[in-house]
Design a protein around this ligand. Structure first.
Ligand code: SF4
Length: 509
């Protein structure tokens, strides 16, 4: 709906509770912001796994009858947004297979960067894939493992993939959480009475009354079974590269992610932004909802009052019917409406978490001006986003990222703002208490912590997301104000940059 990087997926698992499927359903509700295309739950009773998956929101995917059929004291669940693979039911998770090691259910948050080569090797050996997701290669590797027990087979399978993964897995009698050695995506561990909970964000624990214990550590595998919780670290250690964008935008502000309060980190981004790029103004206005925490920090640091000068309509769902072109001029107004009494005649600091293509930001600046604002100063609580993500986040190609192809002044002119400023990279990393060395910042630097296989260019996201022939640095793309209408597909900016296309999945077979 907005011009943002798109959330990846959310995972949830619980062991040792008679209402495991119902609690997983609630957990997925809390994680809905991480994926809205499909949802699934697999539950087990010690003898077999039952599963239900459907397209759409959690609310639509399950009925009380469905949940009643998912019996047992352990369950795993997944909400999906397709970072790799098409949006169709076959790609919904948890994936459930039957193998020589018994049944296995798997839910994945992340992106496996060597999925292409592993997939092709498996196909050459006769594997038949049922989905177009990177996650399926793990269950194939598991099924082919000659290891003499389930957990060793899981370790052997996961040991062959590289990239970003936070997995929840379930056999008929245990749940398993695994986080990649870099720790790209979050995975938290908690307790509900005697039950163990593993999930992407702690907001899912809050909803069911569970208590956050700690994170599953990078490279750690935790196993919850009738004998209690066990932890092993079976993978070679690697430099930690936790996704800092979880703090910038993805995670809910009421969650603890990577051991930190998202709300506190995000508010500190705003304070730091005000120290770095303060501007005389009358009012600080967040772009809801993602800009609210940073705007609170900006207002606190600058002493400029914060007011809700833009009101978001929370009931614009994915079923919103785009009207005909002739009446599309209302554009972003269906989602945001300005409050004239707050904006009229004022010098406004607009605070948002990020700018991707710039298309929505431009419309919002126009809207704020049309409500009477005298000046509009855009402040962004992260650095310029100049490079795509290959670790489980849906991003446009580099050529579609406005900050990758335009100078700061060109961006200001495109947005028609009086000034534009981003948080510095140091400001971003120094605002995270656990230390900048533990975070991935690749989308701001273009430096990637996990190398790509050289022979993957034909089908990897690398080939899909990066410009095949980068424009010469001496010929910056022109910025014009043409092509602006109610369309948020990025076409306006694409026409500026001379580049088309939209998001791409890794594999679309
Ligand atoms: S590239 Fe950006 S979005 Fe992707 S994992 Fe790194 S910080 Fe997160």
């Amino acid at each position: 709906m907005f011009d943002k990087f798109r959330d990846e997926c959310g995972v949830f698992g619980i062991f040792g509770h008679p209402e495991s499927a119902n609690l997983t359903y609630l957990g997925l509700y809390a994680l809905q912001h991480r994926g809205q295309e499909s949802a699934g739950i697999a539950a087990a009773d010690g003898t077999r796994i039952r599963t239900s998956r459907a397209m759409g929101y959690v609310n639509d995917a399950f009925s009380s009858d469905t949940l009643a059929g998912l019996t047992g004291h352990l369950a795993v669940g997944h909400v999906r947004y397709s970072t790799a693979g098409e949006s169709r039911l076959a790609n919904a998770q948890p994936i459930v297979i039957d193998s020589a090691h018994g049944q296995l259910a798997l839910g994945h948050n992340g992106n496996l960067i060597n999925a292409g080569e592993v997939h092709d090797a498996l196909v050459r050996e006769g594997a038949i894939f049922q989905t177009s997701t990177d996650s399926e290669i793990v269950v194939h590797l598991f099924a082919r493992s000659k290891a003499d027990n389930v957990e060793s087979a899981i370790v052997e399978a996961i040991g062959q993939v590289r990239g970003a993964y936070s997995f929840v897995l379930m056999t008929k009698d245990r749940i398993i959480g695994v986080r990649d050695p870099h720790g790209f995506r979050p995975l938290a561990l908690g307790r509900l009475g005697d039950a163990w909970v593993i999930c992407s964000e702690t907001c899912a624990m809050d909803l069911i009354g569970a208590t956050y214990v700690r994170d599953v550590e990078p490279g750690e595998m935790v196993v919850a079974s009738a004998t209690g919780l066990r932890s092993v670290k079976p993978f070679p250690p690697a430099k930690h590269s936790q996704c800092i964008f979880e703090h910038v935008y993805f995670s809910r502000p009421d969650s603890y992610v990577f051991g930190e309060s998202v709300n506190e980190v995000r508010t500190e981004f705003g304070r730091r932004l005000a120290r770095e790029s303060g501007v005389p103004a009358d009012v600080v206005v967040p772009i809801p909802d993602s800009g609210v925490c940073a705007a609170v920090g900006f207002a606190e640091q600058s002493g400029i009052p914060m007011r809700m000068g833009l009101i978001r309509n929370h009931y614009v769902g994915r079923t919103f019917i785009q009207p005909q072109q002739s009446i599309r001029h209302f554009g972003v107004r269906v989602k945001l409406n300005p409050v004239k009494s707050i904006l009229n005649g004022k010098r406004v600091v607009l605070v948002d978490d990020s700018i991707v293509r710039g298309t929505t930001s431009r419309k919002i600046v126009r809207m704020v001006r049309s409500a009477g604002a005298r000046e509009v100063h855009m402040r962004i609580s992260c650095p310029p986003t100049i490079s795509p993500c290959f670790y489980g986040v849906d991003t446009p190609r580099r050529s579609e990222l406005i900050a990758a192809t335009h100078t700061l002044d060109e961006i200001r002119r495109y947005l028609n703002a009086d000034s534009v400023a981003y948080l510095s990279l140091d400001g971003l990393t120094e605002s995270v208490p656990s230390g900048k060395s533990r975070y991935c910042t690749s989308c701001y630097t273009g430096v990637y912590p996990v190398a790509f296989p050289r022979d993957e260019a034909a089908y990897l996201q690398l080939a899909l997301k990066l410009n095949p022939e980068p424009a010469p640095p001496s010929t910056p793309q022109p910025v014009t104000m043409d092509g602006f209408d109610g369309d948020e597909s990025g076409s306006a900016l694409s026409s500026l940059a001379g580049v088309g296309s939209s998001r791409d999945g890794r594999r679309t077979d």
